[in-house]
Design a protein around this ligand. Structure first.
Ligand SMILES: [Fe+2]
Length: 408
């Protein structure tokens, strides 16, 4: 493996894991040539963590950008335990697909008023996933609006045959709000294990040569990098801390001065956000969502302060081409029971192409995602100011006492 771009001091972290979690904990890092990623096993997250343990996990992520805490026993580790764990990283955000605002789906437009109504699990579209492989694959019980289910068991229609669905576009989670998402995390429940496509993998590469889901007009080289996605259901990441560290110092200082204008809707004035972020724990600098249009057709493209729309596109396409270079890429293979946390300020990611219309458990992909905003909290419950919650957490969601316990 090549020398990582950033020193993640993995030996030091490994020693700290043994000291704080005990001798049975195994630590492996990095997981990618860029220096990204750590995998820890031997930690049972169904048991509440001590503050010193949380601090070590936070330190680790701040250095390595992506952290897997492997091997949770899904008979004991419930989605309520998962949400309690997430509260250490930030305030969990209710997913827009899980609530209505003023009687309309919250994701439909940028409206920010109207009464909030959480959708019960049974009324969510994802509940249909439980009917596809009855008795074999079903979601873990939950009602929380913060849990997003990512699965290929939907969109089945009446298809008799498998069908391939293209991967998503490269993005970070909720970069389009004034306070973006800090971390997101997956708990893996089922992952595709079939490898019987003609190429010996789960699926063949999709044959869609059209720009979609991207806007047309980017260079062929960039489009090829965007669409080079894993074929076994892995989540694809690019390490924007290593990508920044690899740039010449002069270029780095220029980028540190760049502000981008983000907006929720095309007609909004929006606000200026820094392109380069400094991690408050590790001091590592990284590019935050250096992508012109990461949600084509859903959110407007961003602009660089002082540049025309066309100049902004050319500049940001250049950065996207840089961060998607193979040396900064990492395709993360999920395993059932793994909790994988990533820092959205220090990486971009995308969903892989998947098979839908599946008829057997070996093809099922079922993951649960939680996303968190704001400052970490080694002790629970969090003490977020209600005014801060009202300003930054769509729907004003807070994890209930039943999940995080009561104060005092
Ligand atoms: Fe995402």
């Amino acid at each position: 493996m090549k020398e990582p771009f950033l020193n993640s001091s993995s030996e030091n972290l490994a020693n700290r894991f043994t000291a704080i979690f005990g001798e049975n904990v195994a630590f492996e890092s990095p997981l990618a040539a860029s220096g990204m990623g750590a995998r820890v096993s031997g930690i049972d997250l169904s048991v509440p963590l001590r503050p010193a343990q949380v601090e070590l996990l936070l330190d680790t992520l701040s250095h390595v950008r992506l952290l897997t805490i492997a091997g949770q026993d899904l008979d004991r580790f419930s989605l309520a335990s998962f949400e309690r764990f997430a509260n250490h990283w930030g305030a969990p955000v209710a997913h827009p697909s899980n609530f209505l605002r003023g009687g309309k789906p919250a994701q439909q437009d940028g409206a920010s008023d109207g009464a909030i109504e959480y959708v019960p699990y049974a009324d969510r579209r994802v509940a249909d996933a439980d009917t596809v492989l009855p008795g074999k694959v079903a979601c873990l019980a939950h009602e929380s609006p913060a849990v997003l289910v990512a699965t290929n068991l939907l969109g089945q229609d009446d298809r008799k045959e498998f069908r391939l669905k293209d991967g998503g576009t490269w993005h970070t989670d909720i970069e389009y709000e004034p306070l973006p998402i800090y971390v997101s995390m997956f708990l893996a429940h089922h992952v595709p294990v079939a490898r019987d496509a003609p190429n010996g993998q789960w699926i063949e590469p999709p044959t869609n040569s059209a720009p979609a889901p991207y806007f047309p007009g980017s260079a062929d080289e960039l489009m090829a990098l965007r669409k080079r996605l894993p074929l076994n259901g892995e989540t694809a990441f690019a390490d924007t801390a290593a990508a920044f560290a690899a740039l010449p110092a002069k270029e780095q200082s220029k980028l540190e001065a760049v502000r981008v204008r983000r907006r929720l809707n095309a007609e909004d004035e929006g606000w200026l956000a820094p392109l380069v972020r400094v991690d408050p724990r590790s001091g590592i600098k990284s590019l935050h969502s250096p992508i012109w249009a990461s949600r084509p057709g859903v959110r407007p493209p961003i602009g660089v302060d002082g540049m025309s729309p066309e100049e902004s596109r050319v500049f940001l396409d250049g950065l996207e081409k840089h961060i998607l270079r193979p040396e900064f890429r990492y395709d993360h293979m999920h395993a059932p029971g793994d909790v994988t946390i990533w820092n959205n300020y220090m990486s971009v990611h995308t969903s892989p192409p998947i098979k839908i219309g599946v008829k057997r458990p070996e093809d099922a992909r079922l993951l649960y995602r939680l996303s968190c905003k704001g400052a970490p909290s080694p002790v629970l419950p969090r003490d977020d100011d209600p005014a801060w919650i009202a300003e930054h957490i769509a729907s004003g969601y807070r994890s209930p006492e039943a999940i995080v316990g009561s104060a005092g």
